[in-house]
Structure formats: structure tokens, C-alpha cells
Write a protein that binds this ligand. Sequence first.
Ligand SMILES: Cc1ncc(COP(=O)(O)O)c(C=O)c1O
Length: 412
Amino acid sequence: MHTLPEPHQEEVKDASIELQVPFHRAAVGEAEVQAVSEVIRSGWLTMGPKTFEFEEQFAKYVGARDAIAVSTGTAALHLALEAAGVCAGDEVLLPTTTFTATAEAVTYLGARPVLVDVDPVTMNLAPEDAARRITPRTKAIIPVHLGGQACDMDEVQTLARAHHLRVIEDAAHALPSEYRGKRIGQISEFTCFSFYATKTLTTGEGGMVTTESPTAAARIRLMRLHGIERDAWKRYRGDGSWRYEVHEAGFKYNLTDLQAAIGLVQLAKCDAMWQARQRIAQRYSDALSSLEELLLPEIRSDRSTSWHLYVLRLRPNRLRVDRDVFIRALRARGVSCSVHFIPLHLQPYYQRAYGYKAGDFPNAEQQYCSCLSLPIFPGMTEQEIEHVIRAVKETTVESRIVRQNAAVFPIA
Ligand SMILES: Cc1ncc(COP(=O)(O)O)c(C=O)c1O
């Protein structure tokens, strides 16, 4: 497997730092253990009643017409694109600032990912840049709600209507998020969620497609399990039949009842987990707003974010160090951060396959060079939150360019 070198793997943690704040710790506990145990005791481990219950509850939670549970967020994107009729030779618009899965799913169908620059404030796909890249081959657009803040969905929908594009939202980060009073999951024809280990709702691995189209829902249900007719999963159960028909060459993308059992417990506490992340975000923003070397996340007033990520941006002309050094300094203080994301056009595969190069997407590159994601997860203790704030403040103060006659603020 090709992986980019982690720039600071060589960093040795300072043993004198007692508190180490991880980037993420999953909010799972005894209730999840109990739920999984019950499934094990039931004797039916793979897709079955728990999965269908999870789908039903999930659809209700986001206000979608239908929800189909699948094995990963990547599988969700693949199945949605397939159901939308994307095929070889088509072009699909998506932001360069995203995880590779968004574009990779497009390539599964032989279609071409067409990268789009991002808005400098939200770091989400810029609809006006997307408009410039539409050709007669453009079939679909994938807005990605980066970190949880919804994209400009009205503009995306207007563009899609004008050019007959299918809209597939990548909502891997956006549970629960809202745009103009509507929860993400009920706006477009397709919305794809991820339940990967670090996401706001986790089943370890997992995903969900929500759709407003009954035809698309039926197609996705068929294709997620080998293209076999709907009740194929029952064929080893007493209430099933051994006879089955294969209608398409589908995929093995189903979720299991073991995972769905975790998902149901997580869904029941989704609001509480969201409130916990909101509170942490507020603490960070209150504590760091006086540091003019930092740009804090700006959430537009007509939308809300899941706070999957708290993305901080450094103002390069105010600091003596770059983002990588800043992250290293935080790590030395016991705080693990991440970066979301290395723009796809800077990755070797997308350069080799599609000819992208550094300089192609100036906004995305500028944001990439200055951004870092702080730990934000529901189980963070007061001590951990305080520790992150102090570490960011100390690192900022020690790295700031002190201008003559400028007041130097003490660390609160
Ligand atoms: C923006 C985005 N899209 C898609 C995915 C893919 O989700 P999964 O890992 O569940 O396949 C991820 C996962 O990290 C993601 O961050």
C-alpha cells in the first residue's frame, strides 16, 4: 500500500508531558458491548433485523425518505454513483479538498473525477469554480461537507438543475448538520454517510446512503448484496428460501447486524454527542479568539455543523513557523492533531492519472498549508480540553512574530 510519509513520525514524545490528548477516542461503552453481545447470542451475525431497524431509525433521524446501510462510506458513494447512472467516460465534479475516497469511487465506474477549487472561508467546494469546469460529459457533482459545515447547497442544486447533473452529497462528516433548516440527508437525491472509527457516529466501519428516490433505493439495495433479489440474506434462516435469482453483477457491500447494533446505540445518543462537541468547539473559540495569529472556524449563520472537525488556520504572516512545525510543537506538548485534507491534486495518483499539478487550485493549497484539526470528541475531559487550549496558546505565543510597539498578551 502506498502511503505518504508522515512528516513528523520521527518526533519523539516528551516523556515529561503527563497528559497526552489523542486526536480521537470513540464514544463507545457498555451499551454498545451489550448490544453486540445480544446479536452474538441471537446466532445471526450478518445483515438482518438489526440492520433494517438501523436503516429505519437513521432515515427518521435525518428526515430522509429511505436509508440503505452499507459496509463503508466509500461503498455508499460507489452505490449512489452507480444508481445515478454514472458510467465510463462521464465526468464528476468534486472538491480537491477531500479524502481520496470521494474521487476513488468515481474511478470505480470508469468515470473521471474533475477537481474543483474551494471557498477560502468554509473550505467547501466553490460552486462558481464548479460551473467553470462543466463540459458536455459532466454527469454529477459531489459536494463534500468538510468537517461538518454544509456546502452552499442552494447554489449546487441550481447549478445541477441548469446542467442536468445528479447530486450526490458526501456527508461523511455531516451527521448531524443542517442547511437552511433542513438536516443533511434529506436535501439531495443521494447523501452518503460514513461510520468509520473516527466519525461522529461509528460502527467501526460502515456507511449509509439516504435517498429521496424509491427507484434508486431499490437499485442500491439490489447492488449492495451481489445483485441478488431483496431477501437473499434470509436464505440461511428458517423463514427464508434456498432459491435466489441474480439480477445484476452487484457488490458485497452490506452492513452486518453486529455493526448495526452498535449503530443503533450510537444513533440514540447522537444528539448528546453533538452537544458535547458543540460545547468543546465553543470552548476553543472563546479561548482562542483573542489570538490574532489564528483563524477560527467560521460557521455560516444559515447552517449548522456536526463539529466532526475543529479546523484551525494559521496566519502565516503572523507566525515564524509553518503549519508542520506548529503541529510538531503541539505534539511535543501532548496534543495530537491532524490535517484535513492534503488536496487531491497534490497526490501522486491524481497527478499521474489526470495531469493535475501544484498550483492548479490556489485556494485549496493556501488552506492546506495553514490548516490543522484539533482533537474534538464527546468523551474529552475538562482537563483534556484545557490542555489543548493551553498548548495552542503557548505554541502560538512562542511562534508569533513580535512586532515593535505591539502589545504582547500574557497567556490567560
Ligand atoms: C470526506 C470523506 N468521504 C468519504 C470517506 C470514506 O468513508 P469510509 O472510510 O467509511 O469508506 C471519508 C472517510 O474518511 C471521508 O472523510
